[in-house]
Design a protein around this ligand. Structure first.
Ligand code: BEZ
Length: 396
């Protein structure tokens, strides 16, 4: 017969065994890869933030929920497209959540603060939209990649197109912040090269959508054409107001593709026939784009747009990097080298990263037809941002 003491010893031995084996189990379970989304989930760019996250999650799902064999987990911060909150918000992801990689954001002013924080802390940052030229210019860094565009790329292209279409005197109109300023500057550079000039720059504070005073000024200036940078809910309102003021009949409205991307259902008749330039067009008709659009529509019950593509490609780039290191984020140099060498098989068409970590990509001329930004062909092939001021240090 077993004594009480004997039973206790056996129970103790069993409990030690169980706790040792569960500790061993915990040690061998590979750590998850923590992705921190810092995106706008409220305000004028809310739909853009959601599309980016949807695109990213779709690509991770296609990878079986894993990067380099490790499960991917998410934390999210709503940056509200507010630069004054950006330092606090990015600090939450870096210090509190200790993420392996930050994915964000949409607004150039917020992204500048994120890039500064990423440079200081060494945290890997993938930008799935914000085009701030400086981030892949003087601020370029080994741990910062962008899967979208520089503000210069679509704007410069539109400048050349508007000049080629014979417009000579053009008025620009934009929100007054980095993205708008850089978009107008890039446009003016392209326009000048093809024989036109900007005769007036009009601005309104971000995210103000009261455009009547600007429209009155445009009518009075009687330019050959107008170039506008707005996106999201602001783009919907501007294009509708422009048409309602009757300006579209006499003064053609152009812009980078953000003016009509993800917005056409809301813009309706007011956007029909508009020409824009962007590194994506709806329904390109390639097998890669068709597969992406079908998967996105099935998963999210929504049509994708350029923001969804950029989020999807952020995850594609990270998948390449983490695969090269078997999911081990501490092997940074190898991870970065793999991303630098990657050829991203994007729905927009394949692209590579420049030395400054910005996509080298085709920019399409598009025309609005119903609810589609239809490609009219490639306006500039394999366009690289000039990356003025970038001196890329070696990865550490
Ligand atoms: C930007 O702030 O860089 C931006 C925002 C929306 C669309 C395009 C660019």
């Amino acid at each position: 017969m077993t004594s009480t003491f004997g039973r206790r010893r056996a129970a103790l031995a069993l409990s030690i065994c169980l706790s040792l084996s569960s500790a061993a189990g915990a040690q061998t379970a590979p750590a998850k890869i923590k992705v921190g989304f810092m995106l706008p989930y409220s305000g004028t760019y809310a739909a853009l933030g959601t599309a980016i996250e949807n695109g990213f999650r779709l690509q991770v799902q296609e990878q079986g929920g894993r990067f380099g064999g490790r499960e991917v987990e998410y934390v999210r911060v709503d940056d509200e497209s507010d630069p004054s909150k950006a330092v606090d918000n990015v600090g939450k992801l870096i210090k509190r959540d200790q993420v392996d990689v930050i994915v964000g954001t949409v607004h150039s002013g917020v992204a500048m603060a994120m890039a500064r924080a990423a440079k200081e802390s060494g945290t890997l940052l993938v930008i799935p939209n914000a085009g701030a030229d400086a981030i892949t210019g003087p601020m370029c860094a080994p741990n910062i990649f962008r899967t979208s565009f520089s503000n210069w790329q679509p704007a410069y292209t539109m400048g050349t197109v508007v000049g080629q279409r014979g417009h000579r005197k053009v008025v620009t109109v934009t929100w007054k912040y980095a993205a708008g300023d850089e978009s107008v500057k890039g446009f003016a550079e392209g326009l000048q090269k093809s024989g036109g000039e900007v005769v007036k720059d009009l601005t309104v504070p971000f995210p103000n959508a009261e455009f009547q005073a600007l429209l009155t000024e445009i009518a009075a200036a009687k330019p050959d054409a107008v170039y506008a940078f707005f996106a999201g809910a602001g783009a919907v309102k501007f294009v509708k107001d422009y048409a309602a003021a009757g300006l579209g009949k006499t003064i053609p409205l152009y812009g980078p593709g953000f003016l009509t991307d993800g917005t056409l259902e809301a813009q309706g008749e007011s956007a029909q026939g508009m020409f824009t330039t962007l590194h994506y067009a709806d329904a390109l008709g390639t097998p890669r784009d068709d597969a992406f659009r079908l998967a996105y529509a099935k998963t999210w019950k929504l049509q994708p747009d350029v923001y969804a593509v950029q989020g999807y490609d952020a995850a594609q780039a990270l998948a390449v990097g983490f695969k090269a290191v078997g999911g081990d984020a501490s092997k940074r140099r190898e991870l970065i080298a793999a991303m630098e060498a990657a050829r991203i098989d994007s729905p927009r068409g394949a692209f590579v990263f420049s030395k400054a970590h910005n996509p080298v990509q085709d920019v399409y001329l598009r025309r609005v037809d119903g609810n589609v930004n239809k490609s009219q062909g490639v306006a500039i092939k394999a366009l690289a941002d000039p990356a003025r001021g970038c001196r890329m240090p070696a990865a550490s």
